[in-house]
Structure formats: C-alpha cells, structure tokens
Design a protein around this ligand. Structure first.
Ligand SMILES: *[C@@H]1O[C@H](CO)[C@@H](O)[C@H](O)[C@H]1NC(C)=O
Ligand SMILES: *[C@@H]1O[C@H](CO)[C@@H](O)[C@H](O)[C@H]1NC(C)=O
Ligand SMILES: *[C@@H]1O[C@H](CO)[C@@H](O)[C@H](O)[C@H]1NC(C)=O
Ligand SMILES: *[C@@H]1O[C@H](CO)[C@@H](O)[C@H](O)[C@H]1NC(C)=O
Ligand SMILES: *[C@@H]1O[C@H](CO)[C@@H](O)[C@H](O)[C@H]1NC(C)=O
Ligand SMILES: *[C@@H]1O[C@H](CO)[C@@H](O)[C@H](O)[C@H]1NC(C)=O
Ligand SMILES: *[C@@H]1O[C@H](CO)[C@@H](O)[C@H](O)[C@H]1NC(C)=O
Ligand SMILES: *[C@@H]1O[C@H](CO)[C@@H](O)[C@H](O)[C@H]1NC(C)=O
Ligand SMILES: *[C@@H]1O[C@H](CO)[C@@H](O)[C@H](O)[C@H]1NC(C)=O
Ligand SMILES: *[C@@H]1O[C@H](CO)[C@@H](O)[C@H](O)[C@H]1NC(C)=O
Ligand SMILES: *[C@@H]1O[C@H](CO)[C@@H](O)[C@H](O)[C@H]1NC(C)=O
Ligand SMILES: *[C@@H]1O[C@H](CO)[C@@H](O)[C@H](O)[C@H]1NC(C)=O
Length: 647
C-alpha cells in the first residue's frame, strides 16, 4: 500500500522536457497506455512534416533575399522571379564535418559566413544562406558546433565573438577539459566531482554508463555554460519547446552516429548510420529501418511498446550525452584521466575500459535498454542482431569514413536541391581535407546500405589533390543529365573544404585547447575559406553559389539560367576529368599507430602534447590519418576498415 503510493508520486507527468529527476539521471514518467514509441522509417515523421511547413514559409523569404543580392550584377534576373512565381523554391541543407575542435571552430567560421547575423556576411560573405537552409547536420566536432548553436536558443557565432571574455562564454576551451580550472586546481577538482556525481546518479538509477557519459558531461560545460552544471538535466528533446525551434526560425538540426553490431568492432560503410533529430532517433538504413521518439529513450520496450504499461523513462536523451555519442572517438582522450586525481567512481569507469572491456570498447556509447528491441522493420535479408540485442552501441559518426553527415540529407523524402558540405576533415598528413568523406558517401550508395541513396560522381583522392579541388569551393553533380545511371537525381553538392587563408587552420584533430586568440583566427579563416577570401579572389562568387542553388529547379523546369551561370559552372564544377598520376598521394600520410592529444593552448605546434597509444583504434583513426600507398583506389575505402581491424 505504502510503496504503491511511493511509485505514484515518483511517476511524474511527462510535460517538462528537462530530465524529470532534474539531474543527469533519467527518471520514470507516465505515458499513454497504448503508446507506440517506434515507427517504420517509411517517410518523414508527421512532426517533421508539420515543422517543415513553417520552415518553408521562412526560407522562402530568406532565400529570395539572398538570391536577389547574389544575382544583383546579372544581366537578367527574371529567372529568380520565375522560380518564386511558380513556387519552385530550392531546398538547402548544410553538413558540418567532424575533426575535433578544429572542425568546430573552422566550421563555426564557415557557418558565420552564411549567417546574416555576422558582421560583414551580407557584404562580403554568403550571409542569409543559413537562414535559407532547411537542414543543418553535424557529426562529431561538427555536431559540437551545430548542437551548441541550436541548443543555446540558436545563438550565433557573432554572439560568441561579441561575448568574448565575459562570464559563461560559449566555447571557452582555453584550458583542456581534463583541467578546466587551469591553474585553479580546486575548481578543476570540483568540476570533476560534479561530473562523477552525475554519471554515478545515472548508474544508480539502473542505467549502464560508459566513458561517453563522462565525455559528454565534460564537454557540456563548454557547450552549455549558462546552464546549471553544464545542463545536467538539459535534454535533446527540450528543443521542441524552444520558441526559435517551434517558430522554425532555425534549420532542423540532425546529429549523426554509427551503430556497432553486437560482438563486433568493425565500423565500415555497411554499418548502420543513426541520426538524432529533435523528434526522433533511428536509421533509414535497411539494417534497421526504424525511428523512435528520442524523448523516451531509456524506456524498456518490446517492438516499441513499454514493457510496463503506461510507464516510460525520460531524461536519457541528455543533450551533452548525444553530442558525446556523435564524438566517441575522443573518449580515448579521457583515458589520460588516470594520471589526475579523480573520484574513485570515474577511475572505476576508466579502469573498466582499460582492463575489463579493453580499448576495443572505449569508443562506445551504451543505449540500454535497446529502443529497437524486437522491432520488425529490418529488411528481410539483413542481420537481425541489432533488434535482438539488449543494448545498442553507438560510436563516433565519422568512424565509417563518412566524416561529413550527408546521408540523412540525401533521403529522397527530404527532397533537397543542394547541400553545402563543409569539410574540416584531416585527410592529408598535414590535416587538410582531400575529399575522402565524399568518396566514402559516393561508395555507400552502391553497397547494401545504399538502398535509395543517390550521390553524384566524385573523383579519387589523387585527383582531388592534383586538381586542387580541396583548396577552394567545388561543385559536384552539376549536370543532372550525366547522373541518370544513379538511383535518382541527387542534390548538387557544394563542397567547401578547409583551406588556408589568413591562418594555418590545419590544426591537429586532437588539439584539445585553443586560446581566445586562436579561436578568433580559426573563425576568421573559416569565413574566408568558403567566401573566396571575402570575395576578393572572385567578386562574383556569391552569384555562382546562387547558380548552384537554382540549378536543379532550372533543370527540372527546362528553362534557361542567367548567362553568368555558364561561366560559374566552368569555374566551379568538377568537369568529370580525373588526374590520378603525379604527386597527389605523396601529400597524404600514414597512420602512425598513436593518437596525439595536445592539451596546451599556448602551443599551437604541440610541444606539450601527450600521446595516448592505442593498438585498437586504427579503424577509427583511419578516418583521420588514412593509410594509402601509391596507386590507392577508390575501392580501398570500403575495405580499409576491415583490413585494419584485423591487424
Ligand atoms: C522506475 O521504474 C522501474 C520499474 O518500471 C523501477 O524498477 C525503478 O526503481 C523506478 N525508478 C525510480 C527512480 O523510481
Ligand atoms: C536575416 O534573415 C532573416 C530571414 O530572412 C530576417 O528575418 C532577418 O531580419 C535577417 N537579419 C539580418 C540581420 O539581416
Ligand atoms: C530575361 O530572361 C527571360 C527568360 O529567362 C526572357 O524571357 C526575358 O526576355 C529576358 N529579359 C531580358 C531583358 O532580356
Ligand atoms: C573577411 O571578413 C570577415 C568577416 O567580416 C572579417 O572578420 C575578416 O577580417 C575579413 N578578412 C579580410 C582578409 O579582410
Ligand atoms: C533559452 O531562452 C529561454 C527563454 O529566454 C531561457 O529561459 C533559456 O534558459 C535559454 N536556454 C539556453 C540554453 O540558453
Ligand atoms: C548493463 O548493465 C547490466 C546490469 O548491470 C549488465 O548485466 C549488462 O551487461 C550491462 N551492459 C553492458 C553493455 O555493459
Ligand atoms: C509528435 O507530435 C505529437 C502531437 O503534437 C505529439 O503527441 C508526439 O509526442 C510527437 N512525437 C514526437 C516524436 O515528437
Ligand atoms: C591507471 O591506474 C591504474 C592503477 O591505479 C594502473 O594499473 C593503470 O596502468 C593506469 N593506466 C594508465 C594508462 O596509466
Ligand atoms: C557586383 O559587382 C561589383 C563590381 O564588380 C562587385 O564589387 C560586387 O562584389 C558584385 N556583387 C555581387 C553580389 O556579385
Ligand atoms: C528543353 O528545352 C529545349 C529548348 O529550350 C528543348 O530543345 C528540349 O527538348 C527541352 N527538353 C526537355 C526535356 O523538355
Ligand atoms: C556531363 O556531360 C557533358 C556532355 O555530355 C560533359 O561535357 C561534362 O563534362 C559532363 N560533366 C561531368 C561532371 O561529367
Ligand atoms: C558490405 O556487405 C557486402 C554484401 O554483404 C559485402 O560484399 C562487402 O564486402 C561489405 N563491405 C565491407 C566493407 O565489409
């Protein structure tokens, strides 16, 4: 009698989107007796569809403003008006690659060039594109960027710049998160105590924890500095209640992670690719083909029905935990914690991974109970092991070699005309991108997980380097008529690689702290990298971006684009030619067998780096330090993961 009363009081109503425990621990909530938490991935969710209606109304005006400005020098702009009067409004997506803090900061500079709130972006940048985008996807370091902006009421990089040096500054990473207090050792110690308490509370509530919980908690203090203890109780689904999201004044954010089959360590293009959006998490891939309501992750379910009728769990979808899930490769960084003085609880977690589980598991985030347990939607000729397992293991979204989160935006239902692929990967031995991620996504469409995907042709990595396609913006898939052998016409890809303008933005993926000054340089270089150096290298570049945006609609309407576009496509489209010979490969390095973390902001060159040696992370690290020999071919990327995994 008494305990029944106790349970009734504990099961609070699921109105508040923050964790019901008001802490990091998930808690019990009541839900409808007949609730079904999982659906087949047969189309967009009803909620996304409803949200898109509002967003479409917003982007319609924002994009018109951008195109009118970008095409102001064209001899004939009646084309834009034709599109608007016929309701053929192009749809845009933006993808932010992984690559640690380099990707976050350089990516922030790039996004700022597309954001009409940035000083100068409308004058010598691409201001307004971000306002015109329907989707904004992030992966690993790119997800830190997308997540921090979106879950801080859609703040802007300009705000970050303006609030430099103030309290609760976003992205204050002057000190490594291992030692957040800097010289103030007590402050670091108390931070780590709080992190430990939080993760322990989740553990006490009966949920499995892993290094990713610790990692996500530690990151959150940098991403949610205004919230109590870095947003301990702040959830991913909370965004549904934020006005800026409800009013569709921001793009639809998507985070990407990879699934690991139970009992395996291999991540490759056959792995299941998961997305988290404000409504749902799940996968379009035939190997899962299902989505679940992200708010009720942690609920014990069978085929989407709570095992205990009317009882759900909420608060598992902690915002920092999901941002950590997309970036688990960095869990390795935490293994250095051993050397600092920490609570025995965290040492225990670290110890478990070092001893019991071994480093083969140091990159997982545990989602247990498995939200997809016993769901029937896996395509018939695929392994059922994911839906049969008690748990779901997710890892860094870049571990399959696709370091730009494009796949969610390539879904036919999302109906995009153009995707801006912001690439801050470290493909070469000097940590510049070289198109590897595009090659991997191109390959994926022909593999078992590629059902229904379409992605334009891209050249091999040597051609990327030899032709300099990785040193300035390049358009892929410019002619739909050349793409008829693909599953359908893919969006046009505007590839925007990190490249040097005013700063050496090719910092190591594992550089774990940046001074305020270094952050500003990274922002500025990112802005310049995607604007042809503030349009000084090509005053007509904004017009060329406009041509790329309008291209698919023009093709489907079979009308003529402004004549200026012809020259633009000559200048920026990959012409389909390859140049595999020559010195291209020599700029690409070989994975050295260890990951080097730099923890001192003052030393951009890494004089005080410490090295976490690992024998098991080649597979993951391949994405950041690929291994090639002369004569490397596109197909290699598909076997790279498995070969290295056997070594
Ligand atoms: C939540 O509910 C489960 C059973 O459904 C129970 O085992 C657990 O103790 C409850 N947690 C709390 C904090 O009440
Ligand atoms: C940015 O674009 C949005 C959407 O068109 C518009 O509402 C807003 O006023 C613009 N802001 C600035 C500073 O130009
Ligand atoms: C501008 O182009 C449209 C076709 O897109 C054409 O009908 C119109 O006559 C052109 N206007 C001028 C002034 O050339
Ligand atoms: C390019 O524009 C950005 C943003 O307005 C500015 O911060 C930067 O200094 C400019 N770069 C150059 C070389 O003028
Ligand atoms: C977002 O804005 C609301 C209302 O102004 C505020 O209560 C909340 O704390 C803000 N959230 C964050 C993460 O800053
Ligand atoms: C999760 O916790 C349960 C209970 O402690 C344990 O049996 C299970 O093996 C754990 N799962 C993982 C993946 O560690
Ligand atoms: C979708 O919207 C409906 C109605 O607003 C709501 O009841 C439901 O919980 C939402 N589902 C998700 C996954 O957001
Ligand atoms: C961490 O500490 C434990 C003992 O406290 C030790 O056995 C282990 O080797 C240490 N690991 C590293 C990576 O230093
Ligand atoms: C229009 O032309 C002027 C003069 O060449 C140039 O400075 C400006 O950047 C151009 N604007 C656009 C949007 O192309
Ligand atoms: C597109 O228009 C051109 C002339 O403007 C015509 O020759 C061609 O057949 C048309 N193509 C299609 C597919 O309608
Ligand atoms: C598309 O086809 C045209 C002619 O068929 C050719 O000139 C062009 O180079 C092709 N483009 C690509 C990217 O293959
Ligand atoms: C992916 O699966 C296909 C078909 O099962 C197989 O042929 C291919 O080798 C696999 N690729 C990798 C990288 O394991």
């Amino acid at each position: 009698m008494l305990w029944q009363l106790a349970i009734v009081t504990i099961i609070v109503n699921a109105v508040a989107a923050w964790s019901p425990t008001n802490s990091y621990a998930p808690g019990n909530v009541s839900c409808a007796d007949d609730i079904t938490l999982v659906r087949e991935a047969s189309g967009l969710s009803a909620n996304e569809t409803a949200w898109l209606k509002k967003r479409d109304a917003y982007t319609k005006d924002a994009l018109k403003t951008f195109l009118d400005r970008a095409t102001q020098n064209f001899t004939n702009t009646s084309f834009v008006d034709t599109l608007w009067s016929t309701g053929q409004i192009p749809k845009l997506g933006v993808g932010c690659s992984g690559g640690g803090y380099r990707a976050m900061l350089s990516g922030a500079g790039m996004l700022s060039a597309m954001d009409n709130r940035t000083v100068g972006a409308n004058d010598h940048g691409l201001g307004g594109l971000l306002q015109s985008a329907t989707y904004l996807a992030g992966l690993s370091g790119g997800n830190w960027l997308v997540g921090s902006l979106a879950w801080n009421n859609w703040t802007s990089v300009q705000d970050v710049i303006d609030n430099r040096g103030k309290d609760n500054e976003l992205w204050d990473i002057s000190n490594s998160l291992l030692n957040p207090g800097g010289v103030n050792i007590l402050s670091s110690a108390s931070r780590w105590d709080h992190i430990s308490d939080a993760v322990e509370a989740k553990d006490d509530a009966g949920f499995n924890t892993s290094l990713t919980d610790v990692w996500g908690r530690a990151l959150s203090y940098e991403f949610f500095p205004t919230l109590y203890r870095g947003g301990e109780a702040y959830t991913w689904s909370t965004l549904r209640d934020a006005d800026v999201f409800k009013n569709a004044e921001m793009p639809f954010p998507i985070s990407v992670a990879d699934g690991r089959y139970p009992g395996t360590e291999i991540i490759d293009l056959n792995s299941t690719l998961f997305e988290f959006n404000p409504f749902e998490m799940g996968s379009w891939d035939p190997s899962l083909n299902a989505f679940t309501d992200v708010m009720y992750l942690g609920t014990n379910v069978s085929n989407g029905t709570p095992v205990a009728q009317g009882k759900c769990v909420a608060g598992f979808d902690n915002a920092g935990f999901i941002m950590g899930t997309s970036s688990t490769l960095f869990n390795q960084f935490l293994l250095q914690l051993n050397t600092t003085s920490l609570s025995s609880f965290i040492k225990g977690i670290v110890g478990d991974f070092l001893k019991d589980l071994s480093s083969d598991y140091d990159d997982i985030a545990i989602y247990e109970p498995n939200p997809f347990k016993d769901t029937p939607y896996v395509a018939s000729n695929y392994s059922q092991s994911i839906v049969e397992s008690e748990n779901l293991f997710l890892v860094d979204g870049g571990e399959d070699g696709e370091n730009i989160p494009l796949v969610p935006m390539l879904q036919e239902e999302r109906d995009l005309d153009v995707i801006f692929a912001l690439d801050n990967s470290a493909d070469t031995d000097e940590y510049w991108p070289a198109g590897l991620s595009l090659i991997a996504t191109y390959e994926r469409q022909f593999g078992p997980q590629g059902e229904g995907l379409a992605f334009p042709y891209v050249p091999d990595v040597n051609t990327f380097v030899n032709k300099g396609l990785n040193t300035k913006p390049t358009f892929f898939g410019c002619d739909a008529s050349n793409l008829t052998s693909l599953a359908r016409t893919p969006p046009l890809i505007v590839y925007m690689p990190n490249n040097r303008q005013s700063y050496n933005s090719n910092t190591s993926t594992f550089k774990m702290s940046y001074s305020s000054n270094q952050r500003m340089h990274m922002f500025q270089n990112g802005f310049e990298a995607i604007t042809r150096n503030n349009m000084t290298d090509d005053s007509g570049f904004a017009g060329c971006v406009a041509c790329a945006i309008m291209r698919r609609k023009q093709e489907s309407l079979n009308i003529t684009l402004p004549q200026e576009c012809t020259q633009c496509f000559k200048d920026y489209c990959w012409d389909g030619k390859i140049e595999t010979s020559g010195a291209g490969v020599s700029t690409v390095g070989t994975y050295s067998g260890s990951i080097s973390f730099q923890t001192d902001a003052a030393s951009a060159t890494g004089s005080s780096s410490s090295t976490a040696s690992s024998s098991s992370k080649q597979n993951a690290a391949a994405q950041m330090y690929p291994t090639y020999s002369t004569g490397w071919i596109i197909g290699t990327i598909t076997v790279l993961g498995s070969v290295l995994g056997l070594m």
